[in-house]
Ligand binder design. Structure first.
Ligand SMILES: C[S@@+](CC[C@H](N)C(=O)[O-])C[C@H]1O[C@@H](n2cnc3c(N)ncnc32)[C@H](O)[C@@H]1O
Length: 380
């Protein structure tokens, strides 16, 4: 049924919901017809849909028809395609727009890669488990936009304390955040209190205060980074107030976050589909420019990370996984038996820096990513 025609109630609700969200799009009845979903939808039922021409643009947008059988899983498949359609970049320079649904900035975050990565996550899974949630762009998109029940973990307890406050007590977190002023002096005071907590020099802080101190000092910092220095772009009260409104308004009822290290998480979720975004492999043979994280927080995110153990656990995993890694010979060798793709997205981590280096010869701060996506389907 072409979009805009007479149809079932679901279609007209779909129509009403969709059209206002896609400004500049006109429906071209001549273009309606079957749409073959991307090869990434490996386990999913095929749906048919409608192609839309975008006014004044060369390309068309594939709009899937709503599922006939409205099981939770087929609903997810449908919502995934809708999400990807909305995220497609109209300019076409990059495949997808940055996803801004997560309330926290994060070094190495995947907000620009969300569309590319979600293409490869099957929509019809029972649950998504992410052992390295970080800033959670992918996880928030899966939970909120697609409706996949999602469980995130991270070893970094200050970060998971923030996530728990964000998910369970957004109003209380917002109230605490609204007490801060976005000034360098306030930043330094807050950072010192958080440092004392981190070093266990003081143990009297309420966990919601830890969450607020983390969010304030992290989200307004250069990098961003943990116990970093203030970013002058973010030392702006109007910008800060706008930013923390997102904290108050954020809701993701089917996302939970716990603190744990991956070696305890993977055996507990043997049959769940995993999205894994571990710290980069920074061995001797890596081509990757180490300065990719201006504020690398090595002691938290990288030191002692057992990449070989992760490989062994993933080799035994039954539920399937999508793994993102930096492109380097050791990772290619370890995962040679899996389907590997080399997607490209641009990111601007380090914007504002003045350093240049071997892998940034032109001094340009907009860098091409060098990442691998490694896919293992769920065992049949
Ligand atoms: C590349 S970041 C993830 C970024 C995330 N995908 C995003 O979009 O923001 C890697 C994360 O792994 C976490 N991490 C490091 N070692 C870990 C471990 N042993 N177990 C679980 N998480 C770990 C770090 O704290 C960090 O948040």
């Amino acid at each position: 049924m072409p979009l805009g025609g007479r149809g079932c109630g679901f279609c007209s609700v779909f129509h009403r919901l969709l059209i206002p969200r896609l400004p500049g799009i006109k429906i071209s009845p001549g273009l309606s017809g079957p749409v073959v979903l991307s090869s990434a939808n490996r386990n999913e039922e095929k749906t048919t849909g409608t192609k839309m021409a975008i006014a004044g643009e060369q390309h068309t947008l594939d709009i899937p028809s709503p599922p006939r059988r409205k099981s939770a899983r087929s609903e997810q498949v449908y919502r995934k395609e809708m999400f990807l359609s909305r995220q497609r970049s109209p300019a076409g320079r990059i495949p997808y727009k940055r996803y801004l649904g997560a309330p926290i900035r994060y070094a190495g975050g995947k907000s620009l890669a969300t569309g590319i990565i979600i293409e490869q996550i099957p929509g019809d899974i029972r649950r998504l488990v992410s052992p390295f949630i970080g800033g959670g762009s992918i996880e928030v998109a899966c939970a909120v936009e697609i409706g996949i029940p999602t469980v995130g973990y991270d070893v970094f307890d200050v970060l998971t304390t923030y996530w728990k406050a964000q998910l369970r007590h957004p109003a209380a977190l917002y109230e605490r955040l609204s007490r801060f002023e976005a000034t360098p002096e306030e930043f330094r005071r807050a950072k010192e209190t958080l440092r004392q907590h981190w070093k266990k020099e003081r143990r009297d802080l309420h966990w919601l205060d830890v969450a607020a101190l983390y969010y304030f000092t992290h989200n307004t910092s250069y990098g961003p980074g943990f116990l970093s220095w203030p970013s002058y772009i973010y030392m702006n009260q109007d910008r800060y107030e706008k930013m923390i409104k997102k904290v108050a308004q954020f809701a993701a009822p089917n996302l939970t976050v716990e603190q744990a290290s991956f070696e305890t998480v993977l055996p507990k979720h043997r049959n769940d589909f995993l999205y894994c975004d571990p710290p980069y492999y920074l061995g001797r043979d890596t081509k990757m420019f180490r300065g990719i994280y201006p504020q690398r927080n090595f002691p938290i995110h990288h030191n002692g990370f057992d990449h070989a153990l992760l490989k062994d656990l993933l080799n035994r995993h039954k539920g399937g996984f999508l793994l993102s890694y930096n492109d380097c010979p050791q990772i290619r060798e370890w995962y040679a038996d899996y389907e590997i793709s080399t997607p490209s997205w641009q990111y601007t981590l380090g914007q504002g820096e003045t350093r240049i280096g071997k892998y940034r010869p032109d001094g340009n701060h907009v860098k091409q990513s060098h990442e691998l996506l490694i896919y293992a389907p769920p065992a049949a």
